[in-house]
Every structure is written in C-alpha cells, then in structure tokens.
Design a protein. Structure first.
Lengths: 400, 124
C-alpha cells in the first residue's frame, strides 16, 4: 500500500522551491519548531513537515473526531508558524496609503480595532498571498497595522513589503510572537473565563488585552467558519495561555488535518491551492474583500485586470463542487461538462466530516458556475457525477 | 491458516486455496480516518504487486496492491457504508477482498508476522 503521488496533502507549498531538474538535490533545511512544539509532542501530536515547520497533523483522536469537536465545542490550534508583522508609520493615513499600494482592500477607512482580509496582488492581478490586516484599537498606536500572512510565503511577503514600502513606513517582523486560534461554539465561554473583555467582541474586531494577566492581542476571527478568536502573544507566554485553555473541559488541541477540512467546509481559500499567482481575487470569488473606493480608484498591482473582471465577469470562477456518492475527488482532478468538455480543475478536495461526504472547491469556466449545474469529475480514469453548489458547505457562525 | 505480510503493509491470510487480503494495523494507523474504499470487481485477475484496490483517508488516496496473483472471488461490501471498520479492525472485519490464488507458492516470498514486526521496527 502506498500513497498515490498525485494526491493533495493538506499543506501549503513548501517554503523552498524544488531544485531545477539539472541541479543536484540539496539536503532540505532542518524543520523549524513553534513555541508549542513540545506541547504537541507531549499530547500525542503526529508531527509532519508543513511549510518548513514540524507541525501536528492530528492527535490521538484523529482528524474526524477533532473536526467534529470544533463544530460541537471548541478547538485550540497552534498557528504560530504563520507570519506576524507590524507596519509602522507617522499616522494611520500614512501607513494605510502605503499598504494600499500593494493590496486591493480599503485600509484607509479601516476603523480602529477592526480587521480586514485582503491579498497582496501582482502586476498581472494574481495573488502573491492572502493576509489579515488589523488596525490597532489604541489611539496611542495610531499608525500601526498588524499583519498575519501565510507561513510558506512569509519570507517572500516581507521581501516584497521591504522593497515596496516608502521610507516613512517600516516593516517590523514579530517573529518573537506566537499565534493560537480558539474556534467553535464554546470558544467564547472558554476564552471569556480568562479574558472577560473578549466576550462582547464582534467578528473581525481586535483588542489589546490581558489573558490571565498575560499581555496579548485578541481578534474575533479564525479560519474554520465557526465563532472564535485568534490570540497573539509573546512566544515565551503562549504555553501558559495554551495550558489554561486546555484546562477548560470544552477545549481540545486540533491538528492541521482538521484545520484543512474545517476551512474547506467553510469555503475558505488555502493559499497555493485555491489561490495563487495566476488566480485573481475576482476569479477566486473574493470580490467582497475589495471595497467600493478601491474598485473605482484602483491604485493596487493588477488593478487593470481586476477592474476589468469586476465589470465584465472573469473567464473562470471558484465554485463549490459536491460529488455524488462517497468517493473523494482530490486537488488536480479534472472537471468536465456533462457533454464531456474539460471546464476546469479541483483545487481543494477531500472529505467533509460535518457534510459527511466528499466536497471540493475548484475553478470552472464562467458558463458552468451556476449552483445546480451538473458536472463530471475524472477520478482514476472514471467519470464521477457531481454538481456545482453554493459555498460555504457549512453555514458560517460568526458573531456579527 | 497462514498470514503473510508485504512491505507495502498488506496482509494475506490463506484458508484452503482462497486468501483474504487487507491492510495492516500499522497501515490503518498511519492513514488515519478512512472514508472511502474502492474494491476490485469480482472475477478480475490481479497480479502479485499490481494495483487491486484504493483506500482513501481524510487526507489522501493510497493504492492497495495484491500480495499474490489470482482471481477476485469476494469483496467486503460492508466497507462501502462503513469504511471506518478498517480503522477499528484492520486485520479482521476490515478485510478488503478474497483471491483464489493462481500460485500459492508466491506467499513464500512474503514476510511472516515476526519478520513484518521486525520490518516495522526498521521504519521507526
């Protein structure tokens, strides 16, 4: 029994590109560890390489049980491998204008204590990375934006920022910080017991606060479709916060395997799979993340393509796909029309434990994107009946 | 009854001239939650080492190879509705298919339980 080589791992692309064919292979760099590495090992985490880090893919209970626990109660995720950084300038307007030259979201009008999802775009309107941008709630921190970027792309993102930022705006890497997510319907109660200030927060808001006396930034956000929080703190203090959360009866440690199945059910993009340098935010059905002023004014890399696609519809679009039957269709699976013409490819596919069946996301030609459209998935040479469905597969439960 | 093991983590148990095949406890544990299996058609001839079935976990699809050559005479239909049976009882109720062996002598090329256990140690 061997794993088929073409199946999608629940991974971001590795931080280092594969060597060119004529270059002898080089020993891979040693894997990095997050500040919670020993906690994962002590609690039975199955450690795997992921984006240059050694990360837990699952614990003893397994991916399905972990997934279901997040939907029913609350899960704790170590996402310390992700990149955290600050952009600092004279005032909000200065820093926001600088970042707006690289992303299509409206950052100038981001209110204090609010967070926004956006993308670094390239000149062709493709996506270099997707990220969260938070404006500090503290008036004393006017001119500070907090960024969270993907692990596999963080070095490239920081290089891009450093090369493009004007002299008055500095990038400060926060490599000394850890990041954990607490997700699920009981996250509010579990976090609230240690940080009452977190309880009344709404989705995509952020505060600087204390968790049992430990300084941290908390945002009401996450990547599972559930209510929840992300907590950023000094790496030296994250173990204390994690242990306190795990002492709550509703909270269990959750690995990257369930993180992937949860985000897929929630219809959220995984960089390097559902979005990359060739896909535009409009094709990726992320137009909602581009506010009106930016759509009109442009002024970000690739604006020409993005504005054109907003006006005329893109040639292809990201959709949800539900295979009939039980066989999963993985990343790379060809999508054909009922008439048999190739119309696209699956970009994320697997088993959705809450859906209790196979689910996929992928890109199809625009004429085939309407929910209810029948398609065929080519799995191991056989045609598998499937239909286009609206995303998400599982309703979001954000606290607005 | 003799049980033999492959380096690809299949087991094969011979009873008369019919052999039952599945994946090992080690394999199910490595795969994690199993959500789908594709079994061969009854009557199909399979070759030793050839692809005979597919097992899919939440994360990935894996091929299952025939430990010996023969004709598929039975498949475990109960796995269709309950693939997790493989996680619960990989070397018992979680069997995949049965073969009428064409060359039972091929089993001599496979590992005994003791040899397989020693082989697993080399993978640690």
């Amino acid at each position: 029994m061997t794993q088929a080589p073409d199946t999608a791992e629940a991974t971001e692309p590795q931080a280092t590109a594969p060597p060119a064919a004529d270059v002898p292979p080089v020993a891979p760099a040693p894997l990095l560890k997050t500040p919670l590495h020993s906690l994962h090992v002590a609690r039975g985490g199955r450690m795997v390489p992921f984006a240059g880090y050694e990360m837990p893919v699952q614990y003893a209970d397994g991916i399905i049980a972990e997934h279901n626990h997040v939907r029913a109660e609350a899960g704790l995720f170590d996402v310390s491998h992700m990149g955290q950084a600050f952009l600092v300038g004279a005032d909000h307007e200065t820093v926001a204008r600088a970042l707006e030259t690289l992303v299509p979201a409206d950052i100038v009008n981001l209110a204090p204590g609010r967070q926004r999802y956006t993308q670094f775009t390239n000149d062709e309107g493709g996506i270099l990375d997707d990220l969260m941008v938070t404006r500090s709630a503290d008036p004393a921190e006017d001119g500070v934006l907090f960024l969270v970027v993907n692990a596999a792309t963080k070095e490239a993102d920081y290089a891009h920022l450093s090369a493009c930022l004007p002299s008055g705006v500095r990038l400060i890497r926060a490599d000394h910080r850890a990041l954990i997510a607490v997700q699920g319907p009981m996250a509010r109660q579990a976090v609230g017991r240690h940080c009452p200030e977190a309880v009344p927060m709404t989705f995509m808001s952020a505060i600087s606060t204390r968790f049992d006396g430990i300084d941290c930034h908390i945002s009401r956000s996450g990547y599972t479709g559930e209510d929840g929080f992300e907590i950023s703190c000094k790496a030296t203090r994250v173990r204390a916060i994690a242990e306190r959360l795990l002492s709550e009866p509703s909270v269990k440690l959750i690995g990257l395997g369930a993180r992937d199945s949860l985000r897929l059910e929630a219809g959220l993009c995984l960089y390097g799979h559902d979005i990359d340098t060739t896909t535009s935010p409009i094709e990726a059905a992320l137009a909602w993340s581009i506010q009106k002023r930016r759509r009109t004014e442009g002024g970000f890399p690739g604006a020409e393509r993005i504005q054109r696609e907003l006006a005329e519809q893109p040639a292809r679009v990201r959709v949800g796909i539900k295979p009939e039957g039980r066989a999963p269709a993985r990343e790379g699976t060809e999508i054909r029309s009922i008439a048999g013409e190739p119309i696209g490819k699956v970009t994320s596919g697997g088993f959705g434990p809450t859906v209790n069946g196979p689910i996929c996301m992928g890109y199809v030609e625009n004429g085939f994107a309407e929910p209810g459209t029948g398609v065929q998935l080519i799995v191991r040479g056989k045609e598998l009946a499937a239909s286009i469905v609206a995303l998400p597969f599982v309703t979001h439960r954000y606290v607005r | 009854m003799t049980t033999r093991y492959t380096k690809d983590h299949e087991w094969i148990r011979l009873d008369g001239d019919v052999a039952t095949i599945g994946i090992t406890e080690h394999a199910q544990n490595a795969l994690g939650d199993i959500v789908y299996v594709e079994l061969p058609e009854i009557g199909r001839q399979v070759e030793q080492g050839g692809e005979a079935a597919v097992v899919e976990s939440v994360k990935a699809a894996s091929d299952v190879y025939a430990p010996a050559s023969g004709e598929v005479v039975a498949v475990n239909d109960t796995l269709d509705g309950a693939p997790a049976t493989i996680n619960e009882d990989a070397e018992g109720k979680g069997w995949f298919f049965r073969l009428k062996l064409s060359s039972p002598g091929q089993l001599d090329t496979l590992m005994s339980e003791e040899q397989y256990k020693a082989f697993l140690k080399t993978l640690e």
